[in-house]
Design a protein around this ligand. Structure first.
Ligand code: BGC
Length: 455
């Protein structure tokens, strides 16, 4: 920003990339269409009792068939970019081996459709929907998954690089491990302390081998997306401070340190005890691959206290009763977004940054035919965008912002009960209605942030 910018001027630099995000299993529907293989979320959601209301991604937003309409919607909103993920099981149905060209064709057409409307695609290669056939071979616990992932990634790079200029290897490896292997609330639903570090390491190997495959094939940019949740001590008691460091190591540094510095945080040994293995120096060297940008997903912060019952980290969140919380009980705290963008910049050196997800599930009032008024989501958005702007002014190399999410969608174990969309989806009719927050976001894009000064 130039020196004449005033404190209330929220204009973003020219070329700042305004977008919205989705992921394959959450919106596409038709998970087995056109030769696709099953994926672990298909299995998980079809197992009784694991997803709220027995919801599955069988239909979701029917984006697999309605993608042309959805691109029109993006255009109407004025999006300059769209972040979506590719379902591995559509491309390589058994996870390795034979390629399903009909699956590739779907994404080929989607990318062309976006480019025709002047919308830049940002493609995530893995957003939690592992081919079931690979889960049968150990999934993220099998060390070979790094090579399997690179093989799949290569197929996609060869087809789409050139038209796609920004790539992400994995979305939120922490959630893959924490939800999938340690606490079991997400697919594949394991609960095992000894598995978690292996899953962590294998996600990082997959990321690294994916980046290496890209360097051999691709000509543009590739990065990693992590979810960060700044931790603040609940008091200045040394035990709370130590618990905060453990929570931060577990959630925020567990992936960034190895990927960017080539080491795991010391605290992980303390957290995992004898479940934490020694990893070889060769592996650690591999994990640190130069990346072109970092994507940060931010939803909330955590005020943290020492808690010997909350294993394995021995830290828990202290709810802030008088603060606003979303429907997922996540505290709304925009300042922490600024803090985390500056923290990343300081700890890992200047790296081009995108906010690749940020958004909220709120208790939206009922919708009428053409209006869904969601003032709380608009308020959330305005304040978080202001926080991004403040981070930019203080030196974070911010390149873009992607709101989560374009559409209401399948919110994993919560099924369709939680809505994050800028656009409301009536699941009975598949009717899309732009919410008040969607209109507000359009105005932000149109004015390149200038309208954030009001309201
Ligand atoms: C995930 C999304 C999810 C969102 C809200 C992120 O962790 O990447 O898939 O819908 O959070 O829970």
């Amino acid at each position: 920003m130039n020196g004449t910018t005033s404190r209330n001027d929220f204009r973003f630099p020219d070329g700042f990339l305004w977008g919205a995000s989705t992921s394959a299993y959450q919106i596409e529907g038709s998970p087995l269409a056109d030769g696709a293989g099953s994926n672990i979320w298909h299995r998980f959601s079809h197992t009784p009792g694991l997803v709220a209301n027995g919801d599955t991604g069988d239909i979701a937003c029917d984006h697999y068939r309605r993608w042309r309409d959805d691109i029109r919607l993006m255009k109407e909103l004025g999006l300059a970019a769209y972040r979506f993920s590719i379902a591995w099981s559509r491309i390589v149905p058994q996870g390795t081996g034979a390629v399903n060209t009909r699956g590739l064709d779907f994404y080929d057409r989607l990318v062309d459709g976006l480019l025709e409307q002047g919308i830049a695609p940002l493609v995530t290669l893995y957003h939690w929907d592992l081919p079931s056939a690979l889960d049968d071979r150990g999934g993220w616990l099998n060390r070979d998954i790094g090579e399997w992932f690179a093989e799949y990634a290569r197929v996609v790079f060869r087809k789409l690089d050139g038209r796609v200029k920004k790539w992400v290897t994995l979305n939120e490896p922490w959630v893959v491990t924490d939800g999938g292997y340690l606490f079991g609330v997400l697919a594949p639903g394991h609960k095992n302390l000894y598995e978690a570090p292996l899953a962590t390491h294998n996600t990082l190997r997959a990321h690294a081998l994916g980046v290496q495959a890209y360097r051999a094939e691709g000509k543009h940019e590739i990065g990693l997306v992590v979810n960060l949740e700044p931790k603040y001590p609940a008091s200045d008691h040394p035990r709370d401070i130590a618990a905060t460091a453990r929570a931060d190591a577990y959630m925020n540094r567990q992936y960034l340190d190895p990927a960017l510095l080539g080491t795991y945080p010391e605290e992980l040994r303390d957290i995992f005890g004898d479940a934490w293995p020694e990893f070889s120096a060769d592996d650690m060297r591999l994990l640190k691959q130069p990346i072109d940008f970092l994507g940060i997903n931010y939803y909330t912060r955590s005020v943290t206290r020492d808690d010997s019952t909350a294993l394995p980290v021995r830290a828990s969140r202290v709810r802030q009763p008088r603060h606003v919380h979303t429907e997922l009980d996540w505290e709304v705290w925009p300042d922490a977004l600024m803090d985390v963008l500056l923290w990343v910049t300081k700890r890992y050196g200047p790296v081009p940054l995108y906010v690749t997800e940020n958004g909220s599930a709120f208790y939206d009032p009922p919708s009428s035919e053409d209006l869904v008024d969601d003032p709380l989501r608009t308020w959330y958005l305005r304040n978080h965008l202001r926080a991004v702007h403040r981070a930019l002014q203080q030196g974070a190399d911010m390149r873009g912002y992607f709101c989560w999410s374009l559409l209401d969608n399948f919110e994993w174990a919560h099924g369709y009960s939680k809505r994050f969309g800028l656009v409301h989806v009536d699941y009975a009719t598949q009717q899309r209605t732009v919410k008040g927050s969607g209109r507000f976001y359009s105005e932000v894009i149109r004015t390149n942030g200038a309208c954030l000064a009001g309201g």
